[in-house]
Design a protein around this ligand. Sequence first.
Ligand code: S3P
Length: 170
Amino acid sequence: MAKNNIILIGFMGAGKSTVARALSHKGKYRVVDLDRLIEAYAGMSITDIFQAQGEAGFRDLEEAALRGLADSRSAIIAAGGGAVLRPGNRELMKQLGAVVYLRARWETLRRRLEGTTDRPLVNQARDADELRLRYLSRAPLYEQADVIVDTDDRPVDEIAVEILEKLGMA
Ligand code: S3P
């Protein structure tokens, strides 16, 4: 049976960490930020992990961190944007609880990602178009979520309330 966690997925810049914090204020849920967990495991920043081990190495750590959450309860888990790439991860997330896709239009994400320095895949991208293609290729994976919430031009509190309503927790 699925557990009672809420897993937030979506592209970089979707607001997963921010919405996670807003959600935790509305209930007795703790926040688990998967990227911070990976950094703690590895003892280095996401940027350094990509540099030392490449994306594949990072994905292995990401999967291990997700597996490490198997016994979690009552957590809001903010997953990294690429956590949906491995089918096994998608299965793990479903087992953890309700998977919520924070959807945003590409224009919104592009704006939010301007000036980003701590996201290797943004830094490595030749141009915005390359990043947009990455977003488009991932969209069908995000859409497999249990719940989809549109986030464009909306205050974070409103997004949090909609999530709780859609999960029958309001
Ligand atoms: C990634 C997203 C990042 C982080 C890493 C890879 C991705 O997390 O996990 O840089 O592949 O989309 P955020 O979505 O929180 O930026």
